[in-house]
Design a protein around this ligand. Structure first.
Ligand code: FAD
Length: 473
């Protein structure tokens, strides 16, 4: 017998023969704690999360997903679903339950004639970028190439192309979904349109997506992009320049700010390493010569300590932040949406950078607006269609002994910013302890409809390990 946790909080003992039958039905594998591959499958990007499922189904295709979902539902098992394993909340693994690991399902098939891509849920952004850029095509996704496309899409998805082309979900054409009932359905504008609405922002609450279809756009292959690094004593000038730049920037231009200690990057003088800096990180996806003109404007925010700027393949730029955001470190995030980055917000951020708890902690300020905001609030489950900036407090450290200090810094900064923020939050940036923000913060006016659809598609809340939308009943 094997003890395994249920959704009710207890556990049940299931005969080993039942697991043998499940294993025999799979094209992929069924992995137990003593099996090779167990630790790889359960480990997630956030080193704070160390969960040990009783068993892991490593799915090879939709058929395996159906088997795993049926097995979990029939035994009321606690079920975690893993795409790229990148989510800060770490709900892709569970202690003692069943984990459904989709990471081996990585196929990306581009149709260059129809400008569409069919993508399996274990693909990372790097997989997607390489395949689509081979055809000079792309669609908006995120800024870190090791992120999973599944979780990113299900929460909304934004990055360097979003101001021009919208969120990832705004370019989603359809999905294949295995529902809690085990039924396989397709959802798009014409079929199961309510489900299609819900998965565009509603996370993993409604079923397991086994295939995503995206609309593609011409891109690059070169973009003009880079980092311009200013010493922190110039922060005010950089904020002023960046505020007025982003207020009127063309939609092909996206300019984020990063506030942190300078890593030992080869293009920075050693005297700057380890000192507080404010970095303009930008990407221009239009015609290359115009990109160089706009980059010149970003250089006028102050006197830079160094820069790495130029025309480069988009796939290379997509990996620019990977070394700073590599898996394994301990991480805790807080996030706020903003309509404007006021002087008060600037002052609060600058004070907090003076008290960074470790050299890996940072504040990212994402630049949105443009095409993202031309979609109606109720057109998809993602409601934040009036947001211009997202402030992410990325707390990152190595030693468990630093947990309390780092988390306290993040929470303190978050609290100080709260009166200036919209109250909304992108669901994909929420840590595990923010369940109270799901309704009003993550979903706002769309929450009621999401609850109804949860009751329709997953009344027993089998898919509860996510930023959970509870069914009414
Ligand atoms: C370093 C870093 C950078 C990031 N940058 C960006 C960015 O630029 N833009 C952006 O939009 N977001 C960004 N994110 C947030 C990212 O979108 C989320 O972390 C996202 O959930 C990651 O997806 P995943 O598949 O890797 O995650 P996982 O942890 O595997 O999955 C997250 C959750 O999604 C659900 N899920 C996953 N796959 C499926 C599926 N196939 N079917 C149903 N449910 C599923 C599960 O509930 C799971 O718990 C970033 C995150 C990190 C850590």
């Amino acid at each position: 017998m094997i003890d395994i946790r249920t959704t009710q909080g207890g556990s049940i003992a299931i005969a080993k023969e039942r697991f043998d039958a499940l294993r025999a039905a799979l094209r992929g594998s069924l992995v137990f704690p003593t099996d090779a591959g167990y630790d790889v499958a359960r480990s997630l990007w956030n080193g704070m999360i160390d969960r040990k499922p009783a068993a892991i189904v490593r799915a090879a295709g939709a058929g395996d997903v159906i088997q795993a979902v049926n097995f979990a539902r029939e035994h009321r098992l606690l079920l975690a679903v893993r795409g790229g394993g990148h989510n800060i909340a770490g709900k892709a693994a569970c202690d003692g339950g069943l984990m459904l690991d989709l990471s081996a399902m990585k196929s990306v098939r581009v149709d260059p004639n129809l400008a569409l891509a069919r993508v399996e849920p274990g693909a990372l952004l790097s997989d997607f970028d390489r395949e689509t850029q081979a055809f000079g095509l792309s669609t908006p996704t995120g800024i870190n190439s090791t992120t999973g496309i599944a979780g990113l899409t299900l929460g909304g998805g934004f990055g360097w192309q979003s101001r021009k082309r919208g969120l990832t979900i705004d370019n989603l054409v359809g999905v294949d979904v295995v529902l809690a009932s085990g039924e396989f359905v397709q959802a798009n504008d014409k079929h199961n349109a309510d489900l299609f609405w819900a998965v565009r922002g509603g996370g993993g609450n409604f079923g397991v997506v086994t295939s995503f279809e995206y609309r593609l756009h011409k891109l690059g292959p070169e973009v003009v992009a880079g980092l311009i690094v200013y010493p922190f004593d110039q922060a005010h000038g950089v904020f002023e320049g960046w505020r007025s730049f982003t207020a009127k920037a063309p939609e092909e231009m996206t300019a984020w700010l990063v506030l942190r200690h300078a890593p030992p990057l080869p293009f920075l003088p050693e005297s700057v390493h380890g000192k507080a800096v404010i970095v303009v990180a930008f990407c221009w996806i239009g015609e290359v010569s115009r990109g160089h003109e706009l980059a010149a404007q970003l250089r006028r925010f102050g006197t830079a300590a160094g820069e790495h700027v130029g025309a480069m393949p988009f796939v290379n730029w997509q990996t620019a932040f990977d070394p700073l955001l590599a898996p394994g470190a301990r991480n805790y995030w807080k996030s706020h949406d903003f309509k404007a980055l006021t002087h008060d917000v600037e002052r609060i951020l600058c004070e907090a950078i003076g008290r960074l708890p470790t050299s890996e902690c940072e504040v990212f300020i994402g630049h949105l607006g443009g095409a993202v905001n031309r979609v109606a609030t109720d057109a998809t489950a993602y409601p934040h269609r009036d947001v211009e900036y997202i402030v992410n407090v990325h707390t990152r450290w190595r030693e468990p002994s630093e947990d309390a200090k780092c988390i306290a810094w993040a929470r303190g900064l978050f609290d100080a910013l709260t009166p200036h923020a919209t109250g909304g939050v992108y669901v994909n940036f929420m840590p595990e302890d923010e369940t109270q923000r799901v309704a009003a913060g993550a979903y706002g006016s769309n929450y009621g409809r999401l609850v109804d659809l949860k009751a329709k598609y997953d009344r027993a809340n089998l898919f509860c390990l996510n930023q959970n939308i509870r069914p009414q009943a």
